[in-house]
Design a binder for this molecule. Structure first.
Ligand code: UT7
Length: 322
């Protein structure tokens, strides 16, 4: 039986930090409102000349170094991103060139905040069917580029960053299961309503920004994440007590707390980074994972549950032995 296992993690956050107090000068908001409704204290913002691929490259180099692999060992590159550098080539191809890797498949996955879990699902299948031995999987985002800095409903929520993992073929698990879903019926609740072949005028006038009906998204997110947690545990005949660490998508501490409560897990067993990073979309799970691996909380053989929810709607989860 072929399994896949994480052998390296890495992350990168842009140097520039934007605090809630600084946001008070930009829109009609308060540090108190942002903290109490979202848990966010600050977020990182990429410089104008810093791109999603730049962040991805730094996170990837850190993950490769930790794994002990060489760039040329990598035989699959997947980047989960909603904010690619250019329309094409894919950001994965741009990253491949930066890392001086030639010939292996490289592609982007677009599932917004669930993107990293989708990428993990796909890479796991590639490894299990023998196509791939060593995959580089990245979540990288410059979400602040698609934020309307005049809309207090959304601009306080998002941040930039990247997280990466090396996933290798292994004789022992590894990834225990992955679960991915989508329902486009909810597309209007959370979207950037302008793009290349629809509402291009928004792009041309520099107004292709995130629109969200926050409260509606919140309710569906809490219910859906509860469901995906049940689905994942059932698929593995496990119960909440088998989980060592919950490493969820980081959108809002209230959503994360609801998940912890459902699992009857103390918040001390949940990796929370949204306070420091804001919502970094596809980057949030691999960023949180790297933080908890590097600070020593997550240890070898720990069982991790990685649930995510995002625009589309998309949702999914991964259960794994670290
Ligand atoms: O990552 C992908 C998925 N995304 C999510 O999961 C996000 C889900 N949604 C949320 O996290 C929350 O809904 C928000 C944090 C976005 C909003 O929190 P809420 O408790 O749902 O607030 P609300 O949207 O119901 O707004 C409550 C009030 C409104 O004022 P009125 O109409 O009651 O007078 C808003 O105008 O808060 C107001 N408000 C703000 N006030 C100060 C909205 N944004 C702000 C702000 N500062 N930044």
């Amino acid at each position: 039986m072929i399994y896949s296992k994480i052998t390296g993690t890495g992350s990168y956050l842009p140097e520039q930090v934007l605090t809630n107090t600084e946001l008070e000068k930009i829109v009609d908001t308060t540090d108190e409102w942002i903290r109490s409704r979202t848990g966010i204290e600050k977020r990182h913002v990429a410089r104008d000349d810093e791109t999603t691929c730049d962040l991805a490259e730094k996170a990837s180099r850190a993950a490769i170094e930790m794994s002990g692999k060489k760039e040329n060992d990598i035989d699959l590159i997947i980047i989960a991103t909603t904010t690619p550098d250019v329309i094409f080539p894919s950001t994965a191809c741009l990253l491949q060139q930066r890392l001086n890797i030639h010939g292996c498949p490289a592609f982007d996955i677009q599932a917004v905040c669930t993107g990293f879990v989708y990428a993990l699902h796909v890479a796991n299948l590639f490894i299990k069917n023998g196509t791939t031995k060593c995959a580089l999987i990245v979540g990288s985002e410059t979400m602040t580029r698609i934020v309307d800095w005049e809309d207090r409903n959304t601009c306080v929520l998002f941040g930039d960053g990247a997280g990466a993992i090396i996933l290798e073929e292994s004789k022992t698990p590894g990834i225990l299961s992955t679960h991915i879903h989508a329902d486009g019926a909810y597309q209007k609740l959370l979207s950037v309503p302008g793009g290349i072949s629809s509402n291009y005028n928004l792009v041309k006038s520099n107004k292709a920004f995130i629109k969200m009906q926050g409260n509606e998204v919140f309710k569906v997110a809490v219910n859906t994440l509860g469901g995906i947690v049940d689905e994942t545990l059932q698929a593995n005949s496990m119960s909440n007590t088998d989980i060592d660490w919950l490493v969820p998508h980081q959108a809002n501490t209230r959503i994360i707390s609801a998940m912890a409560k459902k699992l009857d897990m103390p918040i001390s067993r949940v990796v929370v980074t949204v306070d420091q990073h804001g919502n970094t979309s596809a980057a949030s799970i691999p960023l949180a994972l790297d933080v908890a691996v590097k600070d020593g909380r997550i240890k070898e053989n720990d069982t991790l549950l990685l649930p995510a929810f995002g625009g589309g709607f998309t949702w999914g989860s991964a259960l794994l032995k670290y």
